[in-house]
Write a protein that binds this ligand. Structure first.
Ligand code: ADP
Ligand code: MG
Length: 393
């Protein structure tokens, strides 16, 4: 199935369109702290406005969990949007308010309050979905970050619309284009870089990548579990004792498939992840029992950079070390620069990985930065995303 895009929608002139966005921006004292997600939503909003549609924008925000929570109100976002779009944007304090249609008859755009103030959103409740969709002729989903969740606004609600009346927005389409290029017949050598805190959150994508990549570069906290599985000592490093079999299985499968699996040969060790105290570089076989691994050592940085130099495809998820601390960021920054310099098509996904790419200053030199960590990992595994299924059916 191909995903319908905005060009597949008919009859938009004056139509009332329900638009699911990812406006989950960080707030402090009711002020938007980072407008990346709002900016990312603008192309779809503008494209729909250009075609004469009237838009009810909706989203979740923060940790709202089934009841109204003033700390998670989308109200500040309405003001922000009104300013960047240069139009009045009424804010509707309940996403199911019965006067939505009447307000939209008078305005081009309105913003609905946080969907997750209703328990039906996360529960994918059909009655909530019905009430949310009531009065709208069209549905557009541009919230890639929640595409892997079977929540009402992205799953049950779009199922209520017929073909030609529902579509993915521009951001969603771009995400799927980039990720499908990685998943479906990637140009070789395809180099996958997987790091971050834990192997347990990335087992399925690791297995999927083994079937596609020629090289797999492992770093970050998850490398420690591989070390332990190989019988090395890791001192006080972050490890997952119950994941040793998984690490062994990944190494065995890599060998069986002829995938080159790289683990760090040297590491930076420290007294604490906070970056205070003693810092040394040691061989991976010689981690002192009282210290913990926090980054790739210089030899590993060189090997990983060389492994990326001729890549035609790169997928990177998970930093190579505790990059938030400047002293422990070198491995992550080296990999980011090597990825940015390679000749191939490069995709970065994951909350901290995107922050790391920004810290390295390479955000303009990678082909695609995914806005959805969990969704992009699930897409890589080949497991269907509920939001895409609902648009395609
Ligand atoms: P992403 O959000 O990109 O998917 P993760 O959430 O899996 O990445 O992991 C990111 C976190 O992993 C970072 O906050 C980083 O500090 C941490 N991390 C990386 N290497 C280590 C390590 N050796 N020990 C402890 N934490 C680590
Ligand atoms: Mg993360």
């Amino acid at each position: 199935m191909t995903l319908p895009g905005l060009s597949n929608l008919t009859g938009l002139e004056n139509a009332q369109v329900l638009v699911r966005l990812d406006l989950n921006v960080p707030l402090a004292d009711g002020v938007v702290q980072d407008d990346t997600r709002i900016e990312a939503a603008l192309p779809t909003i503008k494209a729909l406005l250009d075609r004469g549609a009237r838009l009810a924008l909706c989203s979740h925000l923060g940790k709202a969990d089934g009841s109204p929570d003033s700390n998670c109100s989308l109200w500040p976002v309405a003001g922000f949007l009104a300013e960047v779009l240069g139009m009045e944007i009424p804010f509707v304090e309940d996403c199911l308010a019965p006067d939505r249609s009447a307000i939209l008859a008078e305005h081009q755009v309105l913003l609905l309050e946080n969907l997750r103030f209703h328990p039906g959103e996360k529960a994918n409740d059909p009655a909530f979905a019905q009430a949310l969709a009531e009065g709208f002729s069209h549905f557009v989903n541009d919230a890639f970050g929640t595409a892997h969740r079977a929540h009402a606004s992205v799953s049950a609600a779009p199922s209520l619309f017929e073909k030609g009346y529902k579509a993915a927005g521009e951001l969603m389409e771009r995400e799927i284009q980039a990720l499908s290029r990685v998943v479906n017949d990637p140009a070789q050598p395809f180099v996958a870089v997987v790091g971050g805190a834990k192997i347990s959150t990335k087992t399925a994508p690791l297995e999927a990548l083994l079937g596609k990549a020629e090289r797999l570069l492992i770093g970050g906290g998850m490398a420690n579990t591989f070390f332990l599985a190989k019988g090395l000592e890791v001192g006080r490093s972050l490890v997952e004792q119950d994941m040793l079999d998984t690490a062994r299985a990944v190494m065995d499968r890599a060998e069986a498939l002829g995938v080159e699996l790289l683990l760090p040969t040297d590491v930076v060790v420290a007294d604490a992840v906070s970056g205070t105290g003693r810092i040394e570089v040691v061989a991976a076989e010689a981690v002192p029992s009282h210290l913990l691994i926090v980054d790739l050592g210089p030899d590993s940085q060189k090997r990983y950079s060389q492994a990326l130099a001729d890549a035609q495809t790169v997928f990177w998820n998970g930093p190579m070390g505790v990059f938030e601390v400047d002293d422990f960021a070198a491995g992550t920054l080296a990999v980011a620069h090597a990825m940015a310099s390679c000749p191939g098509f490069t995709v970065v996904g994951g909350g901290e990985s995107v922050m790391a790419a920004n810290k390295a200053g390479v955000e303009d030199r990678v082909s695609h930065i995914s806005t959805g960590g969990g969704a992009s990992l699930q897409y890589i595994t080949g497991e269907p995303l509920p939001a895409l299924t609902a648009l395609e059916e």
